[in-house]
Design a protein around this ligand. Structure first.
Ligand SMILES: Cc1ncc(C[n+]2csc(CCOP(=O)(O)OP(=O)(O)O)c2C)c(N)n1
Ligand SMILES: [Mg+2]
Length: 638
């Protein structure tokens, strides 16, 4: 079949499917793109031809910023539990490198996204093309090589003959839960338009079976033996539990064994908030109860977690001298962390196998009751934080409470950076495994609105009433709000709650705790008197900004007004486009403490007293840090 490389790519992508548990999904459900000379006549022409033939096959979506379109695609993929995603096509040069941050986010969060940056001429006849890097010592290196360290698969299609292998390799990585992340196929702009005779079978429907790897019997037996010997076991549930749709299996396992469950950011929602074995968030942004169980645990069963420093409180969370780790993970890399006993398997398959292997065994009943007490204790703290009645400006915890109360159980709350991830991790009452979407692998300011568009796109066809509440700080909004225009264009209903506190509340309080006096974290005029950025509040009006983009905007001043605006937004039509609610909060109003720590090094020498005091406290905290090399192998095998 004679087609250009770009036409062949589009035709191939439209024929790829995934299958898990007998259910088929289209792997690439659409393509975001921003055109320039590096893709307009190649991939752009191919997408046009495909749309003219059948607009439903690989629909094209226009974005405003290449980074934003990658975030939207990643949000989509996360909502679909990695079984479907979107492709992103860019021009060469800045259009391509704008996608690098999105690629890193996808790879770090283990979420599949297909990136198709344009690239320089393979023939080099017109060199240097507009936006070409031109390294004097290496003409084959282009700006797209910056994708290599942030992609799980990278290839550049210099010749048409290479395309089938590149496409198959890309699909393999996208659909492999242990390897997935950003997949980048760089497409030289001349090659995109070049015709070639392709074998017809390249375009046949292809189903990628997403495996549920079962644990190796010997590894399972070792894990069961260690758990049977535990007196204070704790489950740390990560994103893998959710992507594997293992939440029912987790609940059954926890109930049968009495092992309480603590959740990472990506794993939040593994159990509903009111389950008696749910300890909620663990680590630096965790609940004191979960952190108490972590401190005392003798066996930690990590399931689908990468053990980020927030989860382990920078390796201070687990203090039992003999603590050992059993790590269920599809990726051997994560399974081996903390000198753990790896069970390399799908979360659901492993939980079912472990439940059988541990039949008849249970943690002491007093231990189970202690978990239920911790759950109830924390819930009272949440109730109080939701009703803080902080005045004159409300506390952010009240905003979170209002959104939680007005949202329906299957709605989605979304956030990524600032002071909200920590507060949400502790305080959000999760009722559905997909109801909590906080990107905290890369914690990227600017993810929120773009990803909210992607999440909404992922639920639209089957659940038009499922609302997406995007919580965004003023700093994140200023970094990247422009995909609101994409939402306007496609009439995508996202409900954005913009929390205006005139700067970085999060880094401000971090700075203060580290002796740096909130330096550079508030948005203030340069003062004529001090010559520093400590003058009056800037006159930015982000509500007016959003309105100017075509968004329906509501300004609220009180929590009651916020609740009413949220209810109206929920009642608004499913295809009515984005709504933004603007609320001002007090950046100095705190949230309940985690009784935990995060390692951010403080200057060893300082002229400032505040820094010297912070350094002394840092050195004190640092003493609790443990390398977490578990017991030796023989003991692990016991
Ligand atoms: C792209 C990016 N740059 C910088 C940071 C570091 N950072 C984390 S939170 C934050 C401030 C966020 O401000 P805002 O969105 O207003 O939230 P607030 O802290 O006020 O809650 C910064 C600069 C980041 N996470 N991402
Ligand atoms: Mg802010």
């Amino acid at each position: 079949m004679r087609l250009t490389v770009a036409q062949a790519t589009v035709r191939f992508l439209a024929a790829q499917f995934t299958e898990r548990d007998g259910v088929e999904h289209r792997l690439i459900e659409g393509c975001f793109g921003i055109f320039g000379h590096g893709n307009v006549a190649g991939i752009g022409q191919a997408l046009l031809e495909a749309e003219v033939a059948d607009p439903a096959v690989l629909p094209y979506h226009q974005a405003r910023n290449e980074q934003g379109m990658v975030h939207a695609a990643v949000g989509y993929a996360r909502m679909r539990n990695r079984l479907s995603t979107l492709a992103c096509t860019s021009s060469i040069g800045p259009g391509a490198t704008n996608m690098v941050t999105g690629a890193a986010l996808a790879t770090i969060n283990r979420l599949p996204v297909l990136l198709l940056p344009g690239d320089v001429f393979a023939t080099r006849v017109a060199d240097p093309v507009l936006q070409q890097l031109e390294l004097p010592y290496a003409p084959d290196v282009t700006v797209n090589d910056t994708f290599r360290p942030v992609s799980r698969f990278f290839d550049r299609v210099w010749r048409p003959e290479q395309l089938p292998g590149a496409l198959l390799g890309a699909m393999r990585v996208l659909t492999d839960p242990a390897e997935t992340g950003a997949v980048t196929l760089a497409m030289p702009q001349d090659v995109q338009a070049e015709a070639f005779d392709w074998p017809a079978e390249l375009f046949a429907k292809r189903i990628w079976h997403v495996p549920r790897a079962v644990p190796e019997p010997a590894a399972l037996a070792r894990a069961a033996a260690v758990i049977r010997g535990a007196r204070r076991p704790l489950i740390v549930a990560g994103g893998g539990v959710i992507y594997s749709e293992a939440t029912d299996a987790l609940r059954a396992f926890a109930e049968a064994t009495g092992i309480p469950v603590a959740e990472t950011q990506a794993g939040k929602g593994s159990l509903p908030f009111d389950h008696p074995l749910a300890l909620g968030a663990v680590g630096a942004t965790g609940t004191p109860g979960a952190n108490r169980f972590a401190r005392e645990a003798d066996v930690v069963i990590g399931i689908g977690t990468r053990y980020s420093d927030f989860t382990t409180a920078s390796r201070t969370a687990f203090q039992d001298p003999g603590v050992r780790f059993v790590n269920v993970n599809v990726a051997a890399f994560d399974g081996a962390k903390h000198a753990g006993l790896p069970v390399v398997a799908d979360a659901r398959a492993a939980l079912e196998a472990l439940a059988s292997a541990l039949a008849g065994w249970s943690a002491p009943s007093a231990y189970r009751e202690a978990a239920a007490a911790a759950n109830a204790e924390w819930d009272a703290v949440v109730t109080a934080a939701y009703a803080a009645e902080h005045r004159p400006l409300p506390a952010q915890t009240e905003v979170i409470g209002a959104v939680n109360e007005v949202s329906a159980p299957r709605d989605v709350v979304l956030n990524a950076a600032g002071s909200m991830p920590g507060e949400l991790h502790k305080l959000w009452r999760t009722r559905d495994p997909k109801g909590y979407h906080v990107e905290y692998g890369y914690s990227t300011m600017g993810y929120e609105i773009a990803a909210g568009v992607g999440v909404r796109m992922a639920v639209l066809a089957e659940e038009p009433d499922r609302d997406v509440f995007v919580l965004v700080g003023d700093g994140s909004y200023l970094m990247m709000a422009q995909e609101l225009v994409t939402a306007v264009q496609e009439r995508i209903k996202v409900i954005v709650v913009l929390v205006q506190n005139h700067g970085f509340a999060s880094i401000g309080s971090l700075s203060e705790s580290l002796g740096s006096q909130r330096f550079g974290t508030a948005y203030r005029y340069r003062s004529g008197e001090s010559g520093r950025l400590d003058g009056g509040v800037l006159p930015v009006d982000l509500a007016a900004n959003a309105a100017s983009l075509g968004v329906t905007v509501v300004r609220v001043a009180t929590v009651d007004e916020l609740r009413a605006a949220l209810r109206d937004a929920k009642a608004a039509p499913a295809d009515g486009g984005p709504i933004l609610i603007h609320v001002e909060t007090d950046p100095l109003a705190g949230a309940p403490d985690s009784d935990s720590w995060w390692d951010v090094p403080v200057s060893e020498t300082a002229a400032l007293d505040t820094t010297r005091a912070a350094r002394a406290e840092y050195e004190r905290q640092k003493k609790a840090q443990r390398p977490l090399v578990g017991p030796d192998t023989e003991e692990n095998d016991a």
